[in-house]
Design a protein. Structure first.
Length: 327
């Protein structure tokens, strides 16, 4: 596999939108996407509340829209998803994303609205690691996602279940329905499956990651925010996640979704095989981030990953799950 490329830039409030345009160009956006296809903007609303480091900030969305338009990509659509925890309508408003989308006349769609898209059964071309076990009745994907470019807009942050979260995890909300939390016991293999599926169904893949404010602790919601003022971009979902994980202080190849994706040739997870473009000294940083738990994720870990997972159907496949949402 050819060496992966990840662009990193240091930024500041006065230049952040312009810097996003640059980092997209440096990261190879134009080579990664098909200009004749619609491009989906997949924002990352981990929590509908305005919480630094947790969600796609408006300057990230605006910078990426301008980068795409500068390169000639006119047909852009923002797609939102919901979860048992987040409300996408509140999320677009409270995080000021709606104003950006309205400013640039970007239409919005929701993967759970029947009038926007329908869920169709899909047979992956690759042998799945986890999804066939979690969904024995079949894997269903939103039909709108097929034969379109997708640009993921994650942030740099930790996650109580996956150590970190980034481009790989951002596909989780778009491609799986509200029962996606059933996969948590096999979350790393699920993310590998989803990356393979994306490579099968999308006409182009690109990720732009915001690290202006990064989050450490019991993510992806109740994080401790830190001002870091960096942004990343790449056409390799594994490589951009590996770089983000490395900067946060983790060994990327010790994180299963990264190492397994690397092993299967879905991307590059070994830092020594990744070319850094831009502010290359950032890769030497170690932020010493840690993964914590809150009441909900602490209990969740017990029922997803310990012997107590025999009870997970009771707690997470029934309305009892809303107790964890409240926590």
């Amino acid at each position: 596999m050819a060496k992966a490329r990840v662009a990193i830039l240091r930024t500041q409030p006065e230049t952040v939108v312009e810097d996003y345009i640059k980092v997209c160009e440096f990261g190879g956006m134009n080579d990664a996407l098909n200009p004749e296809k619609t491009t989906i903007l997949k924002d990352n609303i981990s929590w509908h509340f305005l919480y630094p480091g947790s969600n796609t900030p408006p300057w990230q969305l605006e910078g990426v829209i301008l980068a795409l338009r500068k390169l000639g990509y006119k047909d852009l659509v923002d797609v939102h998803n919901n979860t048992v925890v987040t409300n996408p309508y509140k999320g677009r408003e409270l995080n000021k994303l709606g104003k950006i989308l309205e400013k640039y006349n970007i239409p919005e769609m929701y993967n759970f609205k029947k009038e926007d898209m329908k869920w169709i059964r899909y047979e992956p071309k690759h042998k799945t690691l986890a999804l066939h076990k979690v969904f024995p009745e079949g894997i269903f994907l939103p039909d709108y996602f097929f034969d379109k470019n997708i640009v993921h807009l994650p942030t740099i942050k930790t996650h109580s279940y996956t150590t970190y979260t980034g481009a790989l995890k951002n596909a989780f909300g778009g491609l799986l329905n509200t029962r996606r939390h059933y996969t948590h016991s096999w979350i790393h293999d699920t993310l590998v499956d989803l990356l393979a599926i994306q490579k099968e169904i999308h006409s182009g893949l690109f990720a732009v990651m915001d690290g202006t404010t990064a989050g450490s602790g019991p993510g992806p919601r109740t994080l401790k925010p830190y001002d870091k003022n960096i942004i990343l971009a790449s056409s390799d979902m594994v490589a951009i996640d590996a770089v983000a994980a490395k900067i946060m202080g983790f060994e990327p190849m010790n994180i299963r979704c990264i190492s397994k994706s690397h092993e299967l040739g879905l991307g590059i997870g070994d830092i020594s095989e990744i070319e850094i473009i831009g502010d290359r000294d950032v890769i030497k940083e170690n932020w010493h981030f840690s993964v914590g738990t809150n009441l909900a994720t602490g209990a969740g870990r017990l029922f997803w990953f310990s012997p107590l997972r025999i009870f997970q159907r009771l707690f997470f496949h029934t309305p009892i799950v809303y107790i964890f949402v409240f926590a």
